[in-house]
Design a protein. Structure first.
Length: 459
């Protein structure tokens, strides 16, 4: 088969698997995820060996330090992947969850229930951990997933995929619920993005160029974030020791990720004391600072920040610094240059904290916390599928809930009562995914009630 035929077959297989995985019980999914975690640990040496092939090629190609950091797998990274799978297994299953219910004047009780999206395509660059994270989240949410990692991580991704699919196969579950496109040709991505008949959603994870290319070519809905231009604003009267710790963590811990701070905003009344202290700490950690005119008046040796710097996602040990007159200017700056990703205010002023939360229009807004907390693990979502700065469907870190959608069903009060007793929906869209049915007597009574209701509705 040529590339187009292979991709088409993968998508077709995924659509068939989606119907089966949507009906798996929570126990079946959770046990599979726990075993996947165990198998990752068991195959640590093999995974590191395969990853080293990718890292060696990356170094020869001259990829950036940040890219190689995202690409590298070691024992610690593999343990973190395994923990991610276990955490997803421990999360409540969103499938079948009734999120709201209301009574209509015509006697119908209307409910809204979470159901899987179907088939999700994930297109990503040099992060092998995305293979495990995406597979886990999609499986737990009752979806099939098609993974297309970057060519720089092909050996790592194929090894991970073999392990995950092997667990599904051994447990008699649909192994095509997790598929990796093994071709690195761009033609494979182009074909994938046209298969709207088989794929319900595309989530790209990577650099801005990759994401814009996916958006421009896809006939399938795309959830995305172009870049993470994240800000920390140090307010007047802030606890400067806390502010120092937050800023160092937000910039230095992992500068190559999308929730790292890229611009520091400092209230003019705090600048004289705070800027020298934070500059010393950051420069000691290897950070290059670029400042506005007022920043350079306090720190004369800094590089000058240009208009381009305020838009920049450095993904490196570089930070733009600006002194602002107050919260008004800080919010205006974020609105003009931010990317709707993550912003934080360090303050003791309750009113300013509340105003920052209300008025800053980003997917994650924090008070007295590092931007690095904008993360699925830290927010209790389990391993996140990505961060969305698109307000349609999902906004912010995407966990299990965001990989399902809502559907409505209606019944009368007696059917609703029976549903609560048997934990089984009698009316609603699709089969009851992952739910145990009641006794034979209850099912018989349910059918009788259902018949009476249908006669009532059609009379």
């Amino acid at each position: 088969m040529d590339i187009q035929e292979q991709v088409f077959q993968i998508a077709k297989n995924a659509r068939q698997a989606a119907s089966a995985v949507a009906n798996l019980s929570s126990v079946e999914k959770d046990e599979a995820l726990v075993e996947m975690a165990e198998q990752l640990i068991h195959h640590t040496d093999m995974l590191i060996e395969e990853n080293e092939k990718d890292v060696e090629v990356a170094r020869k190609k001259g990829l950036s330090k940040a890219m190689i950091d995202r690409l590298t797998l070691d024992e610690k990274a593999i343990r973190a992947m395994a923990r991610g799978l276990e955490e997803v297994a421990a999360l409540p299953d969103p499938v079948g969850k009734v999120t709201s219910m209301w009574r209509r004047p015509n006697g119908l009780l209307v409910g809204r229930m979470r159901i899987p999206l179907g088939v999700i395509g994930i297109i990503y660059e040099s992060r092998p951990n995305v293979t495990a994270d995406a597979a886990a989240l999609c499986l737990k949410a009752g979806n099939a997933v098609i993974l297309r990692g970057g060519s720089e991580a092909i050996h790592s991704n194929m090894a991970l995929s073999r392990i995950l699919r092997g667990v599904l196969r051994a447990r008699g579950l649909p192994e095509n619920a997790v598929q990796l496109i093994p071709m690195v040709d761009r033609e494979a991505v182009n074909m994938l993005l046209q298969l709207e008949e088989y794929i319900d959603l595309i989530i790209p994870r990577g650099g801005e160029d990759l994401i814009r290319a996916v958006v421009s070519q896809s006939r399938i809905p795309v959830i995305k974030h172009y870049k993470g231009v994240c800000h920390v604003f140090v307010d007047a009267g802030a606890d400067l020791d806390m502010a120092l710790r937050i800023c160092v963590n937000a910039k230095v811990q992992r500068p190559g990720v999308c929730n790292a701070m890229e611009t520091l905003l400092v209230h003019r009344s705090a600048a004289g004391v705070f800027l020298p202290a934070v500059a010393e700490a950051l420069e000691k950690a290897g950070v290059v600072l670029r400042g506005c005119e007022r920043t350079r008046a306090v720190l004369p040796g800094l590089e000058e920040a240009t208009e381009k710097d305020w838009h920049e996602e450095y993904l490196d040990l570089v930070l733009a610094v600006k002194v602002v007159d107050g919260i008004d200017e800080a919010i205006r700056h974020i609105e003009q240059y931010g990317s709707l990703h993550t912003e934080s205010i360090v303050t003791r002023d309750y009113d300013n904290a509340q105003r920052f939360l209300r008025e800053v229009n980003s997917s994650t807004v924090l008070v007295n916390a590092s931007t690095r907390f904008s993360d699925g693990f830290q927010l209790g979502l389990g391993a996140e599928i990505g961060i969305s700065t698109t307000k349609l469907h999902a906004f912010g870190p995407m966990g299990l809930e965001e990989l399902t959608t809502g559907a409505r069903g209606a019944d009368d009060a007696e059917v609703h009562h029976l549903r609560e007793r048997t934990n089984q929906d009698l009316i609603g869209p699709g089969p009851r995914r992952g739910r145990k049915s009641g006794s034979e007597e209850e099912r018989k009574r349910g059918k009788e009630i259902l018949s009476d209701l249908l006669l009532f509705l059609t009379s």
